[in-house]
Design a binder for this molecule. Sequence first.
Ligand code: FES
Length: 202
Amino acid sequence: MSIKKLSKIQPQSFEFSKDNLQKAEEEIKKYPKDRKASAVMALLYLAQNQNDNWIPLAGIKYVANLLGIPYIQVYEVTTFYSMFNLSPVGKYFVQVCTTTPCMLRGAKKIVDVCKKHISKNQNELSENKTCSWVEVECLGACANAPMMQINQDYFEDLDENKTEEIVQSLLKGKLPAPGSARNRKSTAPEKERKTLLQGKNA
Ligand code: FES
C-alpha cells in the first residue's frame, strides 16, 4: 500500500480496551520498573489483535506512552519483526514461506497463485477485501514444504492446484481445514511408511 493511501486510513487515536489494558498492565508487571520497555512485544501483539491484525501509528505511540519510551523505539520493533503488520490485512491473512526448502519445493507457484487471485502485489487487499498475502521467511515447517500460514493455521505439502483451491475458498469467505494437503499426519511419512526401504518399494 502506498504511503499516501496508508496515511489516509490511519486512525487519529488508539487506546486499549479495558480487558487489554489489564492484560498490558500484567505484562508490564513481569519486569522490573526500570525495565518495563521489555514488555513492548507483548503490548504490540495485544494492539495488533485489537485492531483487526494491524498496528496503526497511533497504536505505536500509545504503546510507547504506556512504556515511557520514545515512540521511534517502538516503531523500530514493529519494522524489524515481520509478525507485526503496519497496514491493513485481510480477514484471511496469507503468509507464504519462500525460504530455500519451500522455494525448492515450489513456493514460487504458490506466490503466483496469490498474485493471480488475491492481489498483484503483496501487502494489498483482494478486490473483495477479504484476503491479503505476503512473502515471509521460514515458518518452521520445512519438513512439510512448501507451505503457507493463514491467520493462525498452517497449510502444508501444497501444490499449485491445492493452493488455488484454498485461495478460491478464502475469497468466498470460507477457511478450509488446515494441515497437510497430502493427508500426512504432522511430519510423518505418507502411507504410514516405517523405513526407507518401504518408501522405495511403495
Ligand atoms: S523453509 Fe518454509 S517452512 Fe521452513
